[in-house]
Structure formats: C-alpha cells, structure tokens
Design a protein around this ligand. Structure first.
Ligand code: ZN
Ligand code: ZN
Length: 508
C-alpha cells in the first residue's frame, strides 16, 4: 500500500510549520476479513468466539452478530468473484482460492451460508481442481470454548441455574465465572499468537450470555454490588460445569436473657480432641467429650442459630454478641443485644414473631429472646463498639478464704466504697483468657459498689461498671493483674462463686 501523508501540528506557537509524517501501513494488522481467515486456518472456532476477538469494535450488537457479519462479508466477496464470467477473474480473493475460503468457513466456523455457496458451484469441477475438499462430516468443536458458548450449551447451563435458583427468594442477581487454568491459557496463547487486542474476556462473554438469558426468563435485573443471589459457574478441567449459588446473608438483631449457668454464649470445642471427637494418635473416641467434640453440649449461639437456620433454610449461623458474660454467669434484667447472621439463606421473608415463639418455647428454662428485628451488617460493629461503653450492673456472691465478722465486713466495705466508687481500675488481661486475647492492661471505670454481709464466709456485692470489666478479677485480684481489687482492699483471699449480669444499660 502507498504511504499516505498526514498533517500534524508541531506545537501551538504561531510560527508553526505543519509537518508531514508518514504512516507505515505494513505495521497495521490486516483487515478483519483476512484476520478471520487466518484464525480459522489455525483452528475451528465458533461464531461467539470469533466475535469475542473483535468485541470492542462496533456497538449495540453481539459477538455472534459480529462474527456473522464478518463471515457473511467474506462469503459475499467469494460469491462475487465466483460469479465473474471468466476463469481468470474467478481465481483469487486475497491471493487465495475463493472456494477454499468458503470451505474453510463452512468447516472451521460451521458457517451455513458458505456451505450453500459451495453447493451452488460444486458442478463446476474446474474451480475445485487444485483443492482436496473432503466431503466427510466432522463433528464441529470450537478450539476456544469446546462448544460451551454454542446456544445449546448456554440453554443447558441457564436451565440448570434456574432449577437450582427455584429454592431461593431473591430480587436481583449476578453471575461470575471461574475458568480453569488450561482454559484461560488457551485463550491467552491464541490472542498472543494472532495479536488480537480488541476482545473482551472469555469470562465476561459467558457471564453476559447466561445473564441475558436469565434476565429475560426471570424478569429480574443483575446487580453488581451486593446482589441478592450470586451465581458462580465453575468450568472444571474435565470440561464439566459446576454451578454454585449463594444468597446475601440475613442479619437479625435481638436481646437474650440467660437463666442458667454453664451455658456458653458461643460454641466451645473439646480442648482434649480439638473438636474432632477422637484421639489423633490412638484414633479412639475422646474420653473427655465422649466423641461429641464439644466442651459444652450447647450454646446460646446454637439455640438461637438453629431456629433461624430452620426458618430461613440457611447454611450456617454466626453469632455476634454485644459483649459476653462468663459461662457460669447468668444474664438477667433486660438481657444482652446480639445479632445472628445467617449465611446462604433460601427464605428471606421470615415471620419473626413465629421464630421467637418457637425459640422461647423450646428453650424455656435456658434462655429468653425478644426485641427481634431485621438489620444490616453494619449494626454488628455498632453493637460491639457500644458494648465497650455501656454501663452494666452485676450481682456477685463472694466466698472468703478466712472467716470474717459482720463488723469487720462493714469496715472493709466502707473502705472499698471509698476507693472504688467512681474510680478507674487497671486491668491486665486475665490469666484465664490470656491464651486467646492479647495481653495488655485496660483502664475500666467502676461507677459504684455496694455490699451486704451474708455469713462469715460469704458476702454479696452489687457492682456497676463499664462494659468489658472482668468482674471476677475485680473481686479476687488475679495475682495483682487487676488493681485495685476487692481482695486487696479487704486483705482477704476471696472468690466469686456466683455472678449475674442483672442489667445492661443499653440505649434502649
Ligand atoms: Zn467457541
Ligand atoms: Zn473431645
């Protein structure tokens, strides 16, 4: 091709002379027609995969139509040449035999219009003389997608998705694809080899084809942020497609009261077997938990979570408490805020009144739940943050290591009230939890403390303190890690034998 001069301004100043710069056409890619012919010479490629290589060219159309337009254009060029009157005129298109090009389109792109033109000219043997066009029919297989993007396969996939999605309540959705490495490499290698730079990714192509079908069929819109239903198509190495559906989690907020001791807030594994239920070395049933793998048979998390899993047909329940009481402490008064998170629920419209009735009826001597509402994820951080600052009232029954007279008790109590009321204490992470929490010293506010003599070995205390205060440690001192402590002020070793959270002064 000739070099066409192009005018270019050198700079914006007034005395600019326009300069001619040459464009070297030999560096540009050949036309779409020739490129498509080259691609098909290397492998069989379906219309969708041809169109995808040029998907950034042309708008308001589809990959299938892009391919169809190019293939039909080539076919028409070939037809035009074949229709010329003299043999010499009919012989070449792009220095190639038009019949051979049509044969390529027919076999390697499964392009029907090209097949029809060959049929039309097949009596004119001289056109075919230099070619060995075999009439045997090979099963068409696209090199790039293994026929996955053919309309038939797309239909199968979307029907499978529809079948699975029937279990879910949802209003919008999004589709994602996981390619296996071999599939991704094949496309990359192909594009590098033919210098193809105008195509969308295989994933985007598949997602759009399926998404469009589902959108029409369901009359639901795709949503890119927080879709109600996330559909993942996994293309596995063996050529199979695996469909995975996940719905947006649900969050419910409520308050619980705990009537019993020895019920943890969340599940505890057996320490001995780490929740496995058997000894790692002997493979025998764990003697500590009897094979259940649980340290405690149940938890507040389980009791509440299981009821919600049932109601929503969800997969798992996560429990987020506004702080927690000790396993052996009760939680009374108006209870403690919590959020239960249900992963992969199928039912979203839950009758909360019914759930709470079932829950409370079933666990009537253990826990009581009320104030249930639907909420959002950001509420979790909010209840966690608040729990650090909320004031809490505790009742504690305390045991003295040595007998104490009532007179002595009253004197010491007065001293404790003077020191602790409206004071800040230093509390280093207790020895009993330091294995799972970072070891640091926290400052906690004690608002008030009052006490009552029970007998020579027992006292009863009411403590009002900031959320997150370790009350048992405030009583026994934790080897000096909590300072000051009741034990230190009294000058007696003492132990909290019963603890109840009697009120959490919540915002509500
Ligand atoms: Zn294909
Ligand atoms: Zn065990």
């Amino acid at each position: 091709m000739e070099n066409r001069p192009l005018k270019k301004k050198k700079s914006d100043s007034d005395d600019v002379k326009e300069e001619e710069i040459p464009i070297n056409y030999t560096n540009l890619s050949p036309s779409l027609y020739q490129k498509t012919i080259d691609l098909l010479r290397s492998s069989s490629i379906c219309n969708e995969c041809i169109g995808r290589q040029f998907s950034y060219l042309g708008t308001a159309t589809s990959n299938f139509e892009r391919a169809h337009a190019v293939l039909l254009g080539i076919t028409m060029e070939c037809h035009l040449i074949l229709s010329k009157t003299t043999f010499e005129e009919r012989i070449t298109l792009y220095d190639q035999n038009p019949i051979e090009i049509l044969d390529l389109l027919a076999k390697k792109a499964d392009f029907v219009p090209a097949k029809k033109i060959i049929d039309q000219f097949k009596d004119k043997k001289f056109l075919f003389s230099t070619l060995s066009i075999s009439s045997e029919k090979n099963e068409f297989k696209c090199h790039l997608c293994d026929n996955l993007l053919l309309p038939k396969s797309i239909s199968e996939i979307y029907k499978l998705i529809d079948l699975k999605a029937r279990n879910y309540e949802f209003t919008d959705f999004l589709i994602g694809t996981h390619l296996n490495a071999a599939q991704a490499d094949k496309e990359d290698e192909f594009r590098a080899r033919f210098n193809l730079r105008n195509g969308e990714s295989f994933k985007a192509n598949l997602n759009r084809l399926i998404g469009k079908k589902l959108q029409e069929f369901w009359e639901k819109q795709p949503k890119y942020e927080q879709p109600g239903l996330m559909i993942t198509i996994n293309l596995e190495k063996n050529g199979k497609t695996d469909i995975n559906l996940r719905s947006l989690p649900l969050y419910f907020r409520g308050r619980y009261k705990k009537w019993v001791r020895n019920l943890p807030q969340t599940h505890w594994h057996c320490f001995e077997c780490r929740g496995k239920g058997f000894n790692k070395f002997t493979k025998k049933v764990c003697t500590e938990c009897g094979g259940t793998g649980d340290k405690y048979p149940s938890s507040i998390h389980d009791l509440i979570g299981n009821e919600f899993i049932k109601a929503t047909k969800g997969e798992t329940a996560l429990f987020h408490g506004a702080g927690r009481e000790d396993i052996d402490a009760r939680c009374l008064g108006s209870g403690r805020s919590f959020i239960i998170e249900i992963r992969n629920p199928k039912i979203r419209n839950v009758d909360l009144i019914e759930v709470v009735q079932f829950l409370n009826e079933k666990n009537k001597f253990k826990i009581f739940v009320d104030s249930l509402i639907s909420t959002t994820k950001k509420d979790i951080a909010e209840i966690k943050r608040l729990s650090e600052f909320l004031r809490k009232n505790y009742n504690a029954l305390v045991y003295f290591a040595q007998p104490i007279s009532e007179n002595e008790f009253e004197k010491k109590l007065q001293k404790a009230e003077e020191i602790l009321n409206d004071s800040i204490i230093n509390q280093r992470t207790p020895l009993r939890v330091v294995h799972r929490r970072s070891d640091k010293t926290r400052k906690k506010k004690i608002y008030s403390i009052t006490g009552k003599y029970v007998d020579s070995r027992h006292g009863f205390f009411k403590i009002n303190s900031q959320g997150g205060t370790y009350i048992k440690e405030l009583i026994h001192g934790d080897d000096g890690r909590t300072n000051p402590s009741l034990s230190k002020i009294f000058g007696y070793s003492m132990l909290c034998v019963e603890l109840d959270v009697v009120e959490i002064e919540d915002s509500k």
